[in-house]
Design a protein around this ligand. Structure first.
Ligand SMILES: Nc1ncnc2c1ncn2[C@@H]1O[C@H](COP(=O)(O)OP(=O)(O)O)[C@@H](O)[C@H]1O
Ligand SMILES: [Mg+2]
Length: 251
């Protein structure tokens, strides 16, 4: 019995070893000549939580845009779940994008719709004809702690609450990968901390999370994987990292 268990754990299935996200020699040059990413190699596994850090203009958002194929790389290859996204046909992009939940610095909520309608709207777009819509909406609003704000309008909520609605909306189609691009950029420190706690909780449920940020306090408190980008290059990739290289004032 114990031998069988040992054998099984010694040879995990291939899909368990394969990263959910991988970049191989990826560069991105925008049409105006800006080199936003240079020769990036990365492997992120299912269930990882990582911070993408670096100053403004480092290339963080470009990396996020390449992941969802909002932009294509100039050179190199990107794989999600073993599928090459850098060469994916446009026909396959909607299916690719359903793997992701994504939130940005500005919440982009529909101002004339209630909290519940904002979340339901995302579900109608990604999966039309969905059954039990109300239950799903209530479930994700409960996860983000807004179950009592269903019928409020965005302008009746604080910034932190609006970001939680955006997170609920991104969660409602059960993404495998959650991308947050500067989600705390408009929030005060206490509220930011609440949002990061929520992302950690989402990760705890098994979702891979990548958070692009230049919020040093948050990164240093959480101590998770840190991928530092400077001038388009990955300059550091550390488990349990800090915002700056330990003992220095540099990335
Ligand atoms: N659509 C674009 N066209 C041209 N240059 C861009 C575009 N988007 C971003 N850039 C440039 O690419 C570099 C990286 O930008 P970005 O990925 O937004 O960095 P970050 O998110 O780390 O602030 C910057 O120099 C920025 O000005
Ligand atoms: Mg950015």
């Amino acid at each position: 019995m114990s031998v069988a268990v040992a054998e099984r754990s010694a040879a995990p299935p291939q899909h368990a070893l394969r990263p959910v996200i991988s970049f191989h020699g990826v560069s991105k040059v925008y049409p105006n000549g800006t080199e936003a990413l240079r020769d990036v190699d990365l492997a992120i596994h299912q269930g990882d939580f990582c911070f993408l850090v670096g100053p403004s203009g480092a290339g963080k958002s470009t990396l996020v845009r390449l992941l969802i194929r909002d932009e294509a790389p100039s050179t190199g290859r990107i794989f999600i779940d073993g599928q090459e996204v850098s060469r994916m046909s446009h026909r396959k992009l909607p299916k690719l994008r359903r793997k992701f939940g994504i939130v940005f610095q500005d919440y982009k909520l529909l101002t004339r719709r209630t909290v519940a309608q904002n979340v339901a709207f995302a579900l109608q777009v990604t999966r039309p004809g969905q059954r039990h819509m109300r239950e799903k909406v209530e479930e994700v609003l409960w996860i983000v702690g807004l179950e009592d704000k269903l019928d409020k309008f965005p302008d009746e909520l604080s910034g932190g609450e609006q970001q939680r609605v955006a997170i609920a909306r991104a969660l409602v189609h059960r993404p495998r990968i959650f991308l947050a691009d500067e989600p705390t950029g408009n929030l005060d420190p206490d509220t930011s901390w609440g949002i990061v706690q929520l992302l950690l909780q989402i990760n705890h449920r098994g979702t891979t999370v990548m958070m692009a940020t230049h919020n040093r306090e948050v990164v240093d408190l959480v101590r998770r994987r840190v991928i530092a980008i400077d001038n388009g290059r990955v300059v550091r990739d550390e488990a349990e990292g800090s915002y700056l290289r330990e003992g220095t004032a540099t990335l």
